[in-house]
Design a protein. Sequence first.
Length: 448
Amino acid sequence: MSYLTQMAGLTVHNFVSAATGIALAIALVRGFARRSAKTIGNFWVDLTRCTLYVLLPISIVVGLFFVWQGMPQNLNAYTSAVGLEGAKQLIAQGPVASQEVIKMMGTNGGGFFNANSSHPFENPSAITNLVQIILIFSLGAALTNVFGRMVGNQRQGWAIFAVMGVLFFAGTATAYWAEAAGNPAFNALHIDQHAGALQAGGNMEGKEVRFGIANSALFATITTDASCGAVNSMHDSFMPLGGMIPMINIQLGEIIFGGVGSGLYGMLLFVIVAMFVAGLMVGRTPEYLGKKLEAKEVKMAMLAILILPLSILGFTAVASVLPVGLASLNNAGPHGFSEILYAYTSATGNNGSAFAGINGNVPFYDLTLGAAMFIGRFLMIVPMLAIAGSLAAKRIVPESAGTFPTHGPLFVGLTVGVILIVGGLTYFPALAVGPIVEHFAMNAGTLY
């Protein structure tokens, strides 16, 4: 794309998208915080404030830091060079740093270069890699504190942060374990996959050697916990269980810190369901932050949560049986199915990362993936805003002896359990015929 398109087109959308997510999250929080209110705020005011007071100042400072670290920020023509083997090469440049910072902080993920954050111009060093990881999580994590402050009890924000943290560490540990263990198919070939002084060990396929397995697994987990989609390694080259973790992160709704704003309101939808389950256990109308969660709120929460699997599993089922869908696969069997599943998972979750062994640039996938993006982005917002408006109109009920405490370990455990149960019941059958069966087949040596 031209430099003008990058600056006046994509960069603007990156800012507006992030500001919109924050505005929507704040609207839902106002639903819990306000008492008998008729409104949940002014969208235009929230959008403007988020852009001018949060996104732009941080982007300017971190953008200058990226330039200092070696990212290009210019309008120069491409540089013509001759490589070590004598071949001519055009080296692209352009306004990279300014695009990179909002790409990460706004959890947008679209890379200036096709290699994304494994490209040395987009991610020159270990320091920029660390900063990019922090940027992806920064606003999503900070909004949990905003939530606690707005409802008048910061322990509530810490409880939400703890739920996200537990799921994040579990995913990171699993992804790293799967990649560090290496490929079991190589054992029969007597290939040394152990870490040593001369090699990183484990599964290094598709990974940038500058970052290795640990930084690749961490980056993959974080970018799919959020709705970022920027990558510094190839997810399609991960081991079956290692690649399954990014897939699950998106399928859960990217609620583990999540996209800017969308992570918080996605998590609060699961909190509503968790409180409904708690109410069923004790035979009491569920409450959260003094607001009674009645039939309307629970129905709207479940509708918002079920919209995602309707798109992911529905489109995957269609693409898996139609010849036009199968024609784009470069791999057969369970891995090919995983590539289709990941494509619609990423599109519905507005993530952008991909398993690359599928050609998505054909009319069938262009249309269906575009439809999945629309469904995942907008149809979830409508019931969420309905909940916000309904809650804002309600009076706050004083706490009593029967009120379930929502700031302790019991609440954290219940919410984590509900998330895993809902996710497992929804997606386990699809994962079982994709990455899980691929894992067992690989260990049994039947894939090679």
